[in-house]
Design a protein around this ligand. Sequence first.
Ligand SMILES: *Cc1c(COP(=O)(O)O)cnc(C)c1O
Length: 456
Amino acid sequence: MNDTIANASIQELSSWEFAQKLDAQDPLAKFRDEFAIPPRRSVSGSHPVVESDADLDKPCTYLCGNSLGLMPKRSRELVMQEFDVWADRGVVGHWDHPGHGGWAVIDEPLKEPLGRLVGAKPSEVTPMNTLTANLHAMMASFYKPTKDRFKILIEAKAFPSDHYAVSSQLRLHGFDPEEALIALAPRQGESTLRTEDIIQTIRNDHQIALVMLSGIQYYTGQLFEIEKITRVGHEEGCVVGWDLAHAVGNAPLQLHDWDVDFACWCSYKYLNSGAGGIAGLFVHEKYANDDRPRLAGWWGNDKATRFEMKPEFKPSPGASGYQMSNPSILATASLLGSLQVFDAAGFSALRSKSVSLTGYLERLLDTVLEAHQKAGHFSILTPRDPEHRGCQLSLDFPQRMMDIFAQLEARGVICDERKPTVIRIAPVPLYNTYTDALRAVLSLKDILDSFFPISQ
Ligand SMILES: *Cc1c(COP(=O)(O)O)cnc(C)c1O
């Protein structure tokens, strides 16, 4: 954490002046302007808690980029340009386009910036489909069970879509998830998984064909040790794939160097591409030219012969060979707008700010809300070590979580709830401020003080 924050007194920490000073010193502060921040009027529900009506026109405190990133203004511009070209040129826009090489190659300009975010060569990544569809596509090609090696390892309480996808793949191959799905849970009394326990499971169970964890666990915010777990998986003969829904654009990734087999992610969370945006895929270069069976479609065919419309399928080298359909132009243009903002800011600068901003939020929760934490009104589930998390902190409220959530919303503090007891708060370095973090914690203090009065 930033020394200024680590050394500050409680009085300093909880003062607006201190938060404003941190914002003034933030070299990335200007990027907030690249985004549309919803006003409190639109997001505070039917009973907003405000001091005056003028407050309703102020921007909300949006701490929900883990669920849906805010709209980059550039994305709107790029999408509007595509409408204009569509209106002006119709089908000709596929080949002759004033803004880029045409819709037939709209995915190409995304490969370099996506590769930079996940630590991959452009040929190892592609935008395509949606996340769950990509998980299925990857399992169709990389989950090759045998009589002796057929299990899939995921984390307990994985995102439900991943759980369903994995279970259905097991069933498609004739296995019973009761027997073939290992859903690894934290130790009794702990909320996150220990790397040593994940490794032990992989080493001791000789029947695992596929390890497919999430890079960052959506509920707890834990960032797994991707490199270490991938290495052990390979030593034990497993294929190792990752769901990076909450990691991409949030945590540092080096998928190529870490020798990850495949990875999938969505783009509407930290990548700000808009709800239902186009997802992403990484397939390691070592598989670039193997023509393993896949869920093939014409967009995965070799580009040189794609439009010859022949019945023989010859895959494009690399990740592109797994594409199925021609990508949504609007979704792809929207994602490109966001990737341009990422490139302008630079990921390592974003990660430094993220560590500092989430560290500040954590420090505020530990000081301003110390009495409520001690009284058991809430606890922080997310690992305390910044190396083991992204920007999100998951707060566990054993009582009245939904009431607390509604009260935050009424104050224009937008987070998200995950039942049964968690509220996730994600300060995003591209558009959030230190003042946002302070406002969230002071609002929470207000709410907790009224729900659970603490006698002095
Ligand atoms: C957000 C998320 C999903 C959502 O899947 P879609 O196919 O994009 O609807 C799946 N898995 C994880 C881990 C997620 O965080």
